[in-house]
Design a protein around this ligand. Structure first.
Ligand code: 5GP
Ligand code: MG
Length: 194
């Protein structure tokens, strides 16, 4: 079924371990804010996964979070259709309302050009969130179009197009449980519409 995967870069066990560590780091930072403010932030924590790529990562991450939180989804479109290059980020859904005073953790699958996270972060800041943190599973080693410094990074990866664990090519491979590169054959059979 997944013969088009060329090479597994990060297997499911490494992903699971790292997701647990990241949840621990986020929980520790939120506990530090609570201590600083002198009251628990638990009823003001909102996780904002960016659809659709972050759905698998976010589903695993939030279940490792040992605190109360709420979830609000946003959709951004950046690699439409059969594309392996970012075409710039565009908001494809409404932004969550009522983020004023909330501690927001934006979750994305991968940081590439930086346009997606920059757009979402700025949009959330205009709603007077108390804090906005950025959490990505993967950071690609490329020259960014917009400089973005995530607060939490799962893995650094080379400049390759990856699929699996939520990441797609032309809508497929999101359910592949590891993170891998796609064979040139698979891309040749469904060439990017550039
Ligand atoms: P950016 O706006 O930082 O260029 O891109 C972020 C979005 O582009 C990610 O949320 C992801 O959906 C998509 N993206 C970037 N690199 C890759 C990749 O290697 N594989 C896949 N499947 N999507 C990617
Ligand atoms: Mg995405």
């Amino acid at each position: 079924m997944f013969i088009e995967i060329e090479q597994v870069l990060i297997d499911r066990h490494r992903i699971a371990r790292r997701v647990r560590e990241m949840a621990g780091a986020i929980a520790a930072d939120l506990a530090a804010i609570s201590a600083h403010e002198g009251s628990s932030v638990e009823d003001r924590v909102v996780f904002v996964p960016i659809m659709t790529g972050a759905m698998i990562f976010a589903a695993d991450l939030v279940r490792e979070m040992p605190i109360k939180l709420s979830l609000e989804l946003v959709a951004i479109s950046s690699y439409p259709g059969q594309s392996v290059v970012s075409r710039g980020a565009r908001l494809a859904s409404e932004l969550p309302r009522d983020l004023a005073g909330k501690h927001v953790v934006v979750i994305d699958d991968i940081l590439d050009s930086g346009q997606t996270l920059d757009l979402v972060r700025k949009a959330i800041l205009t709603q007077n969130a108390a804090s906005v943190r950025l959490c990505v599973l993967l950071r690609k080693n490329v020259q960014r179009v917009v400089e973005v410094e995530p607060d939490y990074v799962g893995f650094e990866i080379p400049d390759a197009f990856v699929v699996g664990y939520g990441l797609d090519y032309d809508g497929y491979y999101r359910n592949y449980p590891e993170i891998g590169t796609l064979s040139p054959l698979a891309i040749a059979q469904h060439p990017p519409a550039t």
